[in-house]
Write a protein that binds this ligand. Structure first.
Ligand SMILES: [Zn+2]
Length: 572
């Protein structure tokens, strides 16, 4: 490819609407352009990288005996009603009514569609196991599209679905996909980490997220440097510390006025106590039933853990009206003393003494409240998000909390979809049984964005060789010099012939502009053709991840490019 014939519109300035480094660089390097909120155009160089990521995914799916198909983005919502997910997913699903008055959905995912297909086509245990996948555009009505292609309303997903006769066979399919995911992200050059995760809306029991740690990540993970434990904070268990025993100085609850102070910060500032001396009483509605959840003031409630404990399908915080109805007091002033509701409390609350709680009356709190003495709890559970001060759930050592971008997710679904959609098979005894399912997603756009987010410098992107739009750029240092120009053409042809994905910067621009653009777009190799090299029968080669260019004998050029030039990655 000649640069003059392609379309890589690079920019000197960062786009104004971009916060994340990857977003800024993808725009500046001429890979993407914004069309509207959450919708991006892939320009030719960006699309080339995207296609490279796609083909790595395809190759590894193929090696795992997964077969590709293509399902429509347009989906009948009836299928979602049959699995009960129509209500669960809510506004996230983009829907419209067609000219016949029928509701149509734009698929945010395809479990229903693929299970319906399998229910109609698979009859016998002889048809199983089967793993189907597609690479298809998905749609989500995001509340807040962010960070360019990291969180967009339209995005490219690889979604795979495994179908097995029993749990044991499903374990094998799951492991095969898990291993394929590791190979895919390794080959792409990502610094990723598989972590234990919460299945959430997908359902099922076990799941793993493939995370790329970066400060712009919207997910939080916990990592133990000692034993290698890694999990999403949604599932990381918090060990309950030993009971502190009852206070030796029993006091009676005392009512205090706290006008207008309804948050932990306001109340602790007003009463001059630490947030950890407060008990937060959160009123939730779980499948229509109100439940009070008690959490220490400085801790964060973990909805995933609470939901699992309650076995609830839906869980949300109660609105103001509901809080008043069930506690008799205003929102922000709820407390466990005298409350006639189901109470679930986090283990850390058990060790509190002389705590401050809401008094179930507007502008009033209670001091000197002791669990056990002033209110009783039957359900002590792990209901909070792990903090950096908590020990590792596995080995007890210190842990680290990190932010991360999720690039892949694998789920063991069981029969969550196959039962309601009647995807059955005849086993070898002629008995009808539901198929056991797994599902596996990869955000293809996120592979690019997370690589750039974790691999760039002040000058631009540092691509892995596997995903770079071109592996090498040939830059004639002085285009108007005919000899240099001819030599550049020769080197370009030689590299192309040898199978290197190469671009010749034949633009009518200064060498300075070309060097800057080469660094910005981030080609792994820059081959610079200049006077000095030509006099000595050599070319100047700069690898993007190295600091300085070096002169290489012409005949050794291809040999130089054989080495590994993956960007230096943090060992995780
Ligand atoms: Zn550990």
């Amino acid at each position: 490819m000649r640069w003059s014939k392609t379309f890589i519109p690079t920019l000197k300035e960062d786009p104004q609407d971009a916060e994340a480094a990857s977003h800024k660089l993808m725009v500046r390097a001429g890979l993407i352009r914004r069309l509207s909120s959450g919708a991006y155009i892939y320009l030719p160089a960006g699309l080339k990288s995207l296609k490279k990521a796609e083909s790595i995914v395809r190759e590894e799916m193929g090696r795992s005996a997964a077969v590709e198909l293509l399902m429509p983005s347009l989906q009948p919502p009836e299928l979602w009603k049959r699995t009960g997910r129509y209500d669960d997913i809510g506004e996230v699903m983009i829907k419209y009514t067609d000219r016949h008055g029928k509701e149509v959905a734009l698929g945010p995912t395809h479990e229903e569609v693929v299970t319906d297909l399998v229910s109609r086509e698979v009859r016998s245990y002889k048809d199983l196991p089967l793993t189907l996948y597609q690479i298809q555009t998905k749609f989500r009505d995001e509340v807040r599209p962010r960070f360019g292609v990291v969180r967009s309303c339209e995005f490219l997903m690889k979604d795979a679905y495994s179908f097995d006769v029993d749990a044991e066979s499903m374990e094998r399919s799951y492991k095969t996909m898990y291993d394929a995911y590791c190979r895919i992200f390794d080959r792409c050059g990502l610094s990723y980490l598989p972590v234990e995760a919460d299945p959430g809306l997908m359902g099922g029991t076990v799941s793993h997220e493939f995370m790329v740690p970066t400060d712009i990540g919207e997910d939080r993970i916990v990592v133990c440097p000692s034993c290698g434990y890694a999990a999403s904070t949604e599932v990381a268990a918090v060990k309950a510390s030993a009971a502190a025993g009852q206070s030796t100085d029993p006091k009676s609850p005392e009512e205090v006025r706290t006008p207008g102070a309804s948050t932990v910060q306001d109340v602790s500032a007003f009463l001059k106590v630490k947030p950890s001396d407060l008990i937060k009483t959160l009123i939730y509605v779980a499948d229509g039933e109100a439940v009070a959840v008690l959490i220490r003031g400085d801790h964060e409630a973990n909805d995933a853990k609470i939901k699992r404990h309650l076995g609830a399908r839906s869980l949300e915080l109660a609105n103001e009206k509901k809080v008043e109805e069930v506690t008799g007091g205003a929102m922000g002033f709820s407390g466990p003393v005298g409350l006639s509701l189901r109470i679930v409390a986090d283990n850390a609350v058990r060790n509190m003494a002389h705590a401050v709680t809401g008094a179930n009356e507007k502008d009033k709190h209670l001091r000197n409240v002791d669990p056990g003495k002033d209110f009783s709890v039957k359900e002590w559970i792990d209901a909070r998000v792990i903090t950096a001060e908590d020990p590792c759930p596995k080995c007890g050592s210190g842990i680290e909390l990190k932010y991360a971008i999720e690039v892949g997710h694998t789920f063991k679904l069981g029969t969550k979809y196959t039962e309601p959609l009647n995807a059955m098979f005849l086993d070898d005894n002629g008995k009808q049984r539901p198929i056991i399912m797994g599902c596996y997603g990869i955000g293809v756009n996120r592979i690019l964005a997370s690589l750039i987010e974790t691999s760039h410098d002040a000058d631009g992107i540092i691509w892995s060789r596997a995903l770079a739009p071109y592996e090498a750029v040939v830059i004639p240092a002085k285009k108007e010099d005919e000899k240099i120009s001819r030599e550049a053409e020769r080197v370009y042809a030689e590299l192309a012939q040898a199978g290197v994905d190469v671009i010749l910067d034949d633009r009518d621009k200064s060498a300075g502009v070309k060097f800057k653009d080469a660094d910005l777009v981030g080609f792994p190799f820059q081959v610079i053709i200049g006077k000095k090299g030509m006099e000595t029968g050599s070319v100047e080669v700069k690898t993007r991840s190295a600091a300085k260019p070096e002169f290489v004998k012409k005949e050794n050029l291809l040999g130089t490019m054989k080495g590994d030039v993956s960007p230096p990655q943090n060992k995780l």
